[in-house]
Design a protein around this ligand. Structure first.
Ligand code: FER
Length: 556
C-alpha cells in the first residue's frame, strides 16, 4: 500500500527563473514521495478491514464494510441509500481522549463512483453546547468521480464546552452513495498523507493551475505573471491564479507559485482574509418582554458620541443624529442601525427625548457586552413622508453616512452596499414603522438584512392579507433565501398599533417566506408583544433592548 501524497506536477529545482525554465523541461519526472507517516501516535485508525470500526449510519442510509472500493487494504466503509447531504456515517468520539478546547489532527479518505463529475465531501464534528446541537466543519474537499480524496485538518480545535462529540462523514450537497477509508485521529500537527484532490474546475480547485490543464508547471507561472499585469477573464483561472487565497491576484501569488515550482515550499500559503470569527451568539427562540435595567437610561461611564450631521439629499438639506459607540475607531468596521422616529417627532427624539434616551441604553448594553459596538443613525422623514423616506435613505442618507463613518460597506457603490447588507438594519416606531415596511417593500431588502418595525403596520397595502402579501412579494422579487432577511416586529398589547399589526402578522405567519422564531439561525420573523404597554417610546425602547442583541449574527 502506498499512501504518499503524489504531487505529480511538482517540480524541484533551484531558485531562479532560468532554473525554473529548465525545470519545466523536467516535468514528468517521477513524483517526490514523502517519508512514511509516523502511525505510532494515532489515537484511532479505522481501516474497515474487519468491520465498521464503530461507525454507524446517519439518517436513513446504510453503513457497511465493503470490498467494492478501498483506498488501502481491501475494504472501506460504504454509505449508501442516502436521501440527504447530511446522511452518511458517524462515530462517537471518546470524551476521555478528545478534550474540548484542545486541537487534534483528523483525516479521512472519501470517494464516490456515482453522482456528478465531482462531489464535495465533508468531515464534520457534531457536538452539544448547552444542550443544543452544533456542527463544526473539520475539512471539506472535492473529489473527481472514481478518485479518493483526503480530507485532512492537522489542527482542529474541539470547541470549548462541547459535549457528546460525534465525528461525521457526509457531503455538502449531493445524495450520492460514497465510500470512506483510512479515518485517522492523531495529536495536533501529526502529518497524515493522503490523495490530493484532482478537481481542477467547478469551484476553483488546484490553485496555481492558471492555464487549467490539470497540472502546475512553468506555463502557469507565465500565465500568472500575465494575469498580474493584464488581469484575467476566465473565472476558474482567476480563482486558481489567486494562489495564496488572498482575494487578489498580485506579486504575492507569483512569489508563492515560484517558490512552489522550485521546491522551496511544499504547499501554497493560505492568506485567506481574516474575517471576524462567526459569533457563537446563543439565540432565544421566543423572546419575551423584559424591561432594560433602570440605570440604562442614565449617563454611562463609557459613553458613545452623538453627532448632528447635515447632508444635501434628494429632498433638500436634511439632518440626522449619528451615534458612534465608546472607543469608536475608524479603522474598525461597525454594524449600522437606522432608527426612525414616529409622527410629530424628529431626528432628535430617540436620543434626546426624556422618554427615549436611547444613546444611554446603547452605551450600557455595549459596556456590559450585551451588544456589539454599533453605529445608530436617527434620520427624519420630515422632508418627505414616512412612506417615501426609503428613497432618501437609499439615495442620499446611506451614501452620506457610510462614506463618513466606518461600516462594513467597503464603499458606497451599490455593489458594496449590497455586499454589506448583513451588517445593516432599519427600524422605526409608529410612522417610523410604516417607513420600515415601506423600505422592505420598495427594494430595501437588497441592501439591508435586518428590519425592526415597532408599533406600526404596513401601509403599502390594505387588509391583513394584503399587507403581509406585499412584504412576501417584495421578498420574492429580491430572490433572497429565507436565511438572508430577518424581520423582528414588536408592540404592546394596549398599543393603538396592536389591532393593526395583528392581522398582518397572522397572515405573515401562514406564508412560506416567513419562518416564525426569534432564533435567526432557524428562522426570520418574530413578533414581540409586551403585555399592557401602550404607544410610547418609554415602552418601545425596551423592545429594542430585548431584540437588538439578536441582530447581525447571520450571513457573511
Ligand atoms: C399604526 C398605528 C399608529 C401605525 C401608525 C400609527 C404605521 C401612527 C400614529 C400617529 O402617528 O399618530 O399601526 O402604523
Amino acid at each position: 500500500m502506498s499512501r504518499s501524497k503524489t504531487l505529480t506536477t511538482k517540480i524541484v529545482s533551484v531558485l531562479s527563473s532560468t532554473a525554473l525554465a529548465a525545470s519545466c523541461l523536467a516535468y514528468g519526472m517521477p513524483a517526490m514521495s514523502a517519508a512514511a507517516d509516523d502511525t505510532s501516535s494515532y489515537l484511532f485508525h479505522d481501516t474497515f478491514e474487519y468491520g465498521t470500526d464503530d461507525w454507524t449510519a446517519r439518517g436513513s442510509c446504510t453503513a457497511a464494510e465493503s470490498s467494492d472500493e478501498k483506498y488501502s487494504g481491501s475494504k472501506s466503509l460504504s454509505l449508501s441509500g442516502r436521501s440527504d447531504a447530511w446522511n452518511g456515517g458517524q462515530k462517537a468520539l471518546d470524551s476521555s481522549t478528545f478534550v474540548p478546547g484542545k486541537a487534534y489532527a483528523f483525516s479521512a479518505c472519501f470517494a464516490t463512483q456515482k453522482g456528478s463529475e465531482s462531489t464535495e465531501f465533508k468531515l464534520t464534528l457534531q457536538y452539544e453546547l448547552n444542550d443544543e446541537p452544533n456542527y463544526a466543519m473539520i475539512a471539506q474537499e472535492y473529489a473527481k468521480r472514481g478518485d479518493f480524496v483526503q480530507l485532512y485538518n492537522p489542527e482542529f480545535t474541539i470547541p470549548t464546552g462541547a459535549e457528546n462529540l460525534v465525528l461525521v462523514v457526509e457531503t455538502t450537497k449531493s445524495n450520492c452513495d460514497f465510500y470512506v477509508d483510512e479515518v485517522i485521529a492523531a495529536p495536533a500537527g501529526t502529518v497524515i498523507s493522503g490523495p490530493a484532490s484532482k478537481v481542477v474546475s467547478g469551484e476553483g480547485r488546484m490553485r496555481g493551475d492558471v492555464d487549467l490543464d490539470g497540472k502546475i508547471t512553468l506555463a502557469d507561472y507565465v500565465a500568472l505573471k500575465k494575469a498580474v499585469l493584464n488581469g484575467i477573464k476566465n473565472g476558474e483561472a482567476r480563482v486558481n491564479a489567486d494562489v495564496d487565497k488572498s482575494g487578489i491576484i498580485d506579486d504575492d501569488d507569483v512569489t508563492a507559485l515560484h517558490d512552489y515550482l522550485n521546491g522551496t515550499i511544499a504547499e501554497f500559503p493560505d492568506n485567506t482574509p481574516q474575517k471576524p470569527p462567526k459569533s457563537e451568539y446563543i439565540y432565544n427562540s421566543a423572546i419575551s418582554f423584559k424591561e432594560a435595567p433602570g440605570d440604562y437610561f442614565n449617563s454611562c461611564q463609557q459613553a458613545g458620541t452623538v453627532t448632528r450631521e447635515t447632508y444635501n439629499g434628494i429632498n433638500g438639506s436634511n439632518s440626522c443624529l449619528v451615534y458612534t459607540p465608546y472607543g469608536y475607531d475608524s479603522s474598525k468596521k461597525y454594524n449600522i442601525l437606522y432608527l426612525m422616529h414616529g409622527g410629530g417627532e424628529n431626528e432628535t427624539t430617540i436620543f434626546q427625548d426624556k422618554d427615549a434616551k436611547m444613546a444611554n441604553m446603547f452605551d450600557h448594553m455595549i459596556m456590559n457586552g450585551e451588544l456589539e459596538p454599533l453605529i445608530v443613525v436617527c434620520p427624519t422623514f420630515n422632508k418627505c413622508t414616512a412612506q417615501t423616506f426609503y428613497k432618501e435613505w437609499m439615495q442620499s442618507l446611506i451614501p452620506f453616512v457610510e462614506s463618513k463613518y466606518s461600516t462594513y460597506a467597503e464603499s458606497t457603490s451599490e455593489a458594496d452596499i449590497k455586499a454589506s447588507r448583513f451588517h445593516r438594519a432599519y427600524g422605526g416606531f409608529s410612522m417610523g414603522s410604516c417607513s420600515t415596511w415601506a423600505g422592505m417593500v420598495h427594494g430595501g431588502l437588497d441592501i439591508c438584512a435586518y428590519w425592526l418595525p415597532l408599533s406600526g403596520d404596513n401601509w403599502e397595502a390594505d387588509g391583513g392579507y394584503g399587507k403581509a402579501k406585499s412584504v412576501a412579494d417584495a421578498i420574492d422579487r429580491s430572490g433572497l433565501q429565507k436565511n438572508e432577511y430577518f424581520i423582528m416586529c414588536a408592540t404592546g398589547s394596549e398599543d393603538i398599533a396592536y389591532p393593526n399589526m395583528n392581522p398582518q402578522i397572522d397572515e405573515m405567519k401562514k406564508m412560506s417566506q416567513f419562518v416564525y422564531t426569534s432564533d435567526f439561525s432557524e428562522g426570520n420573523f418574530y413578533y414581540l408583544v409586551a403585555p399592557g404597554k401602550t404607544h410610547w417610546w418609554g415602552y418601545v425602547r425596551h423592545y429594542v433592548y430585548d431584540v437588538l442583541p439578536s441582530f447581525f449574527h447571520e450571513g457573511e
